[in-house]
Design a binder for this molecule. Sequence first.
Ligand code: ROI
Length: 166
Amino acid sequence: MITAHIGLGANLGNAEATLRSAAAALRALPRSRLTGLSSLYRSAPIGPAGQGDYLNAVACLETPLPPHELLLALQDIEDRHGRLRLERWGPRTLDLDLLLYGNDHISTVRLTVPHPEMTHRNFVVIPLLEISPAACLPDGAPLAGLEIAGDRQGLAILRSGPAWGD
Ligand code: ROI
């Protein structure tokens, strides 16, 4: 089993309903176990202006799936939520990013892990640390030591706690 961290993001349609449904789909992945789900965050958009705020969360998954199989499973969940791939950096119905896959470094045409932008994005690092405070990059650097880990600018908790129950 490997511990994988997955970033969830949405800013089109009913983003909260989409992320709830995506979390349920992650829970249902074969032979895998969802062991952590961060609070649901609202975040200011990074990228082109004019798009709405995002909702973001991070999930922790224990899985035997090899990285490219996990990637296909994530893309399948994106597709089932009507992901439109219109423009790079543009708005999306659902974005599932493989952030960390154990301590692996993966660099292929299809997949780069750790996710190349993750260490610059508070909407990834802060939710990830909420569920995995001791998480490290493959080189051993603790995520908690990153400057972005202390930068909550543009980030707010919309639903706190486990599984967003009310
Ligand atoms: N901005 C925020 N706040 N959250 C995201 O998930 C997100 N995803 C993206 C881009 C367009 C880079 N901006 C984002 O893919």
